[in-house]
Ligand binder design. Structure first.
Ligand code: NI
Length: 194
């Protein structure tokens, strides 16, 4: 296995990277198609991945895409675990997803509520494919194939959209966009009712 220049950059090492500022809607990179990563093992790519992990952890997000930290590269992080906002979220080891593609879409479409670190305070009821098959590279360069359903399929599609300059509000009717405060009152409280 390839050794990295610094121990701190070894995959799976304790994350010592600094956080980056999260771009907000209106930042031009959120509307650009990001570039393929050609140098996955390069120190700068590995460092960016560490910084993205640090940033999404600090923000208590489930995912973050490189354009959300002002890098126009086809990388996103999935770090899915149940929390207060998403009590039913599945557990998934934090993963850097590089040069992702969706190779097959299931026919079934499902709507559910999404938010985004680049659009704080907004929620949208977004239709997504319930099942997808995907391929992507890991941070060690290995190319993998996977199938995702439900929550993880939604997260993957949301993050992949960021790499193509799309944000979730592009995919919903304006009447299905709520401010978080009203969403909590009207939607979340209904969902939690017996
Ligand atoms: Ni997002």
């Amino acid at each position: 296995m390839r050794r990295y220049a610094s121990l701190a950059l070894e995959p799976g090492s304790i994350c010592v990277a600094e956080q980056l500022e999260i771009t907000q809607l209106g930042h031009p990179l959120l509307r650009q198609k990001a570039s393929e990563v050609t140098t996955i093992l390069a120190t700068q790519t590995q460092h960016l991945i560490d910084q993205m992990f640090a940033t999404v952890n600090q923000a208590k997000g489930m995912g973050i895409a490189a354009p959300q930290v002002a890098y126009s590269q086809r990388i996103f992080i999935m770090c899915c675990q149940p929390n207060q906002r998403y009590p039913n979220a599945p557990q998934m080891d934090p993963t850097a997803v590089i040069n992702p593609v969706i190779t097959q879409y299931g026919e079934e479409i499902e709507k559910d509520w999404e938010g985004c670190l680049s659009l704080p305070g907004l929620r949208g009821n977004v239709p997504r494919h319930k099942h997808i098959q995907v391929a992507y590279s890991l941070r060690d360069g290995q190319r993998v194939e996977a199938s995702f359903d439900g929550f993880l399929a939604r997260l993957f599609q949301h993050e992949l959209d960021h790499l193509d300059g799309i944000v979730f509000i592009d995919r919903v009717a304006t009447t299905e966009i709520y401010m978080e405060k009203e969403w909590r009152k009207q939607i979340l409280s209904n969902d939690l009712a017996p």
